[in-house]
Design a binder for this molecule. Sequence first.
Ligand SMILES: Cc1cc2nc3c(=O)[nH]c(=O)nc-3n(C[C@H](O)[C@H](O)[C@H](O)COP(=O)(O)OP(=O)(O)OC[C@H]3O[C@@H](n4cnc5c(N)ncnc54)[C@H](O)[C@@H]3O)c2cc1C
Length: 474
Amino acid sequence: MTTQTPKPYDYDLVIIGSGPSGRRAAVQAAKFGRSVLVVEKDPRVGGVSVHTGTIPSKTLRETVLNLTGWRERGIYGLGYRVKKDIDAADLHARLSKTLNYEVDVLDHQFARNRVSVERGLARFKNQHHIEILTEAGQSHTISADKIVIATGTRPYRPANIPFDDKVVLDSDGMVSLETLPRSLTVIGGGVIGIEYATIFSALDVRVTIVEARDSMLDFVDREIIADFMHQLRDSGVNFRLGTPLAGIQIEAGQPVAILEDGRRVRSDMLLYTGGRSGATDHLNLEACGLKADSRGRLKVDPDTFQTDIPNIYATGDVIGFPSLASTSLEQGRIAACHACHQDVPHAPQFFPYGIYSVPEISTVGLSEEQARAQHIPYECGIARFRETSRGHIMGLHGGMLKLVISLETRKLLGVHIVGESATELIHIGQAVLNFGGTFDYFIDATFNYPTLAEAYKIAALDAWNRITPRKTET
Ligand SMILES: Cc1cc2nc3c(=O)[nH]c(=O)nc-3n(C[C@H](O)[C@H](O)[C@H](O)COP(=O)(O)OP(=O)(O)OC[C@H]3O[C@@H](n4cnc5c(N)ncnc54)[C@H](O)[C@@H]3O)c2cc1C
C-alpha cells in the first residue's frame, strides 16, 4: 500500500484581490494544474477595473456618446440629440447590465478553471499563512506555497478636501451619481480627470478643469495635446492651468474651488482626482516581512514580480506605474508563470496608453519631444482623419495621427493619435514598433478602403515626401 505525503500547504497559490492582475494570475496558474484560491473582500469579483474604474467609466462614455448622438453631430449638426433629456437613470441602466455581465463572465471563468474563491479580507499571519476575515465577523486561516498580492488601489483622499460623496466626489463616486450636475469642476488634469471632464462635457455639462501645472497629460506628444485642447475649448471646456488649488468651500450647497491666485470656480459638483494609494493597509504586511512605501505601494523585481520575500509576488496597481488594467493583466500572467516554474514571458518593450476621453487619445513609443531629448534625428508624418474617405463618411472634423520615425534607420519610433477609434488604431503602430519595423511598411502595405487606418499610409507618405530626395531627370 502506498501512502501519499500530505501537501504542506492548503493551496499552491493564493491570490489576494480579483482585479485584472489577480484574475489573470489565478487562471494562468490553474491552467498549469495548480490549486488556486482567490480571496476577495468585496461581495463581487472584478476589482476596481470592473466596479469603479475601467469598465464603468468606459461604459458611461459609450452610453453618453450613444444617447447624445455625439458621433453623428459632424453630419447632422451640433443640435443633434438621440435622446433629449438624459438623466442619471439612463446612464445606470447600461452600466449595471455591463457590470453584471462582466462579473458573470469572471465567475464562470473561475469555475471553469477550478479556481476557488473566498469572500473576506485577507491579512498575513506569516510568509505562508493568511487569515481571512468574513463580513459576518468570522475568521479562519489558510496556507499557500506562493502568494500574489493583487490588492490594487483606492482614491487618495487628502484630509483638507470636504468629500461628501454628493457634491464633492472622487472617481469612485462618479459611477453611482443620483443626479447629473449642470456644472462640474474637475481638480486634476490626469487621465481620470480628463476622461470624466470630457464625458460630462459631451453631456452638455459646463466643465472646468483645474490643474496646478501649466500643462496636462505630459507623457503625450505635445502636438496631439494641442489638437486635443483645441477640440475641448471648441466644445466649451474651461481650463484653469498653472493654478494650484488652495481649498474647497461649500457655499449654499455648491462646492467652490478656491485657487491660489484668488480665482474661485463654483459648480454643482466637484470631482477631485489627486492620485491613488496602494490598498496594503489591511494586509498586516509586517507579519510576512514586507513594507509598503508612503503611498502604500510595494517594490518588486520588474521581470518576475517577486517581492523581497521570494514566495510572495505583487502585481497590478499596488506596485505603481503604469497602473493600467492592460499592463496589470500581463503582470499577473508573468507572476503566475514564474511562481509555477514555467518559462517567464517577457513583455515587448512598448505598450500603448489609451485615454478614453472625448475625443480619445492613444499613444505608443517615443513622442517628438522624447526623440528630440534623446538626440535622435527624426522626422514626423501627420494625417488628419478628415483626409480619409472613412472620415468623410463618418463626418469627422477633428482627429489626427502622427508618426515619429528615425531618419537614420527609417524605423518607427512612436505613434500618437487623437480622435475616433484612436485606442483601437494604435495597435497597428504598436505591432510595427515592437517588431522593429520601418515606416516603409505603411507605404508599401495595402489598407482596407475606406478605413481610418488608412491614416497610417497618409502620415507615412507625408514623412516620405519630405525626406526622400527627388531623382533628377537626365
Ligand atoms: C476611473 C478609472 C478609469 C480607468 N480606466 C482605465 C482604462 O481605460 N484602461 C486601463 O487599462 N486601466 C484603467 N484604469 C486602471 C485599472 O482599473 C487598474 O489598473 C486595474 O484595475 C488594476 O488592477 P489590479 O489587478 O491591481 O486590481 P484592482 O482592479 O485594483 O482590484 C483589487 C482588488 O483587490 C481587493 N482587495 C484589496 N485588498 C484586499 C484584501 N486585503 N483582501 C481581499 N481583497 C482585497 C479589492 O476589493 C479589489 O477587488 C482605470 C482606473 C480608474 C480608477
